[in-house]
Design a protein around this ligand. Sequence first.
Ligand SMILES: Cc1cc2nc3c(=O)[nH]c(=O)nc-3n(C[C@H](O)[C@H](O)[C@H](O)COP(=O)(O)OP(=O)(O)OC[C@H]3O[C@@H](n4cnc5c(N)ncnc54)[C@H](O)[C@@H]3O)c2cc1C
Length: 436
Amino acid sequence: MSANLAGAHYPVAVVGGGQAGLSVSYCLRERGIEHVVIEANRVGHEWRERRWDTFCLVTPNWQCRLPGFPYSGPDPDGFMARDEIVRYLEDYVSFFAPPLVEGVTVTRLRRAVTGTFELSTTAGDLTADQVVVAAGPYHTPSIPRMAERLPSEVTQLHSSRYRSPDRLPAGAVLVVGTGQSGCQIAEDLHLAGRQVHLAVGGAPRVARFYRGRDCVAWLDDMGHYAKGIDAFADADAVRMRVNHYVTGRGGGRDIDLRAFARDGMRLYGRLTGIDGTALEFADDLKGNLDHADAVAEGIKDAIDAHIDAHGIRAPAEPRYVPVWEPSEQPHDRDLRQAGITSVIWSTGFTRDHRWMEIPAFDGRGYPMHWRGATGCPGLYFLGLPWQYSWGSGRFEAVGRDAEFLAGHIDAARRLADVCGALTGAPASLASALPVG
Ligand SMILES: Cc1cc2nc3c(=O)[nH]c(=O)nc-3n(C[C@H](O)[C@H](O)[C@H](O)COP(=O)(O)OP(=O)(O)OC[C@H]3O[C@@H](n4cnc5c(N)ncnc54)[C@H](O)[C@@H]3O)c2cc1C
């Protein structure tokens, strides 16, 4: 599609051409709704540019169910590697040829009094009756301010910039954070023979397999991925939950930090301070390891109960026995003495919606929405973690959310047509009517 958008008007503009933007584009096309998808980079950018070389999905391939294009490769129970994920998205584009403009950034979004959305872009200004913001959930690398106090000779980078062990200077590596990225990067370095020091946080873990199946498959059967956010009394807290750590590497396996420690990795509690070359850690290593195991074992309890309740034949499996216990809780470590030459901040991301000049956010900057539809009529979000269900921010359920929003957008347009016919109001104003 032409990259000159100046003066164009679309019934719907989709901002972002990742899996979320493409999914809603497919659903809009199915309904015959004209639209444009504006992507700042290239399709697959996030996976292509912000994941390490050995990255692979944590969720099994069968959960990749983009609308009209579910995973159909030879390994549904496997875990696509980074380049295969990029190819899956590129193949999706070839499959339905969305009206996609790549290399164009939306720099400002406003809503005129007529209800029309005004989008400023690097390829000119355009307008739209409705807008879907599918700009991803992970915008700005979040690095604690204490990073500024690291000695200048230490190489430091955020997990989104880590690629492989051999691109780091020789020496030991401190990985800060044990969410999905931190655990997998620590494993990557450990397997490459690097001395790893790992600051362990409070993330839970899940076993990869239990009683003959992937735990994700059991949890799917048990309805965990279908459960909507409105079924939780503490929806806000659920949205803030950290994902369980586990890996899809090598066909899928547990990430057992205790086993890493037994094999030479140095574990600490949370990193709480940096003073010169001295690193300070909280007293929570044992508690964090115990918590992660308790969550993993609790999930197994739930699977056992499900198996019993439904009379399912599944092989018995012995429970996890900790293979290592911290004998002491190291509170500090000298960087130089430990030979640490690089630090990888696996400390997550924050959102950046400053380009949206629309009051659609709560006091913490989180979009106010129900299933992606905001209080600003005609404005939608797609791809937020827990937008509606556990799989919302992932391949598993982004398609379901896209389908829901496309229906909403379609209904708003139909209503606009009726109102326009009755009152003569322009489509932009009429399609701004809220739909139930
Ligand atoms: C380390 C990590 C591991 C993950 N593992 C899994 C997994 O195993 N399984 C799984 O299902 N999910 C996983 N996810 C979650 C999720 O699938 C990805 O984050 C995915 O990239 C989200 O897709 P998206 O389309 O919502 O957003 P993104 O992929 O971030 O796409 C958004 C797009 O919008 C574009 N954009 C942003 N702002 C603008 C703008 N102003 N104008 C124009 N374009 C813009 C960006 O260039 C980008 O291409 C993981 C995420 C991370 C970070």
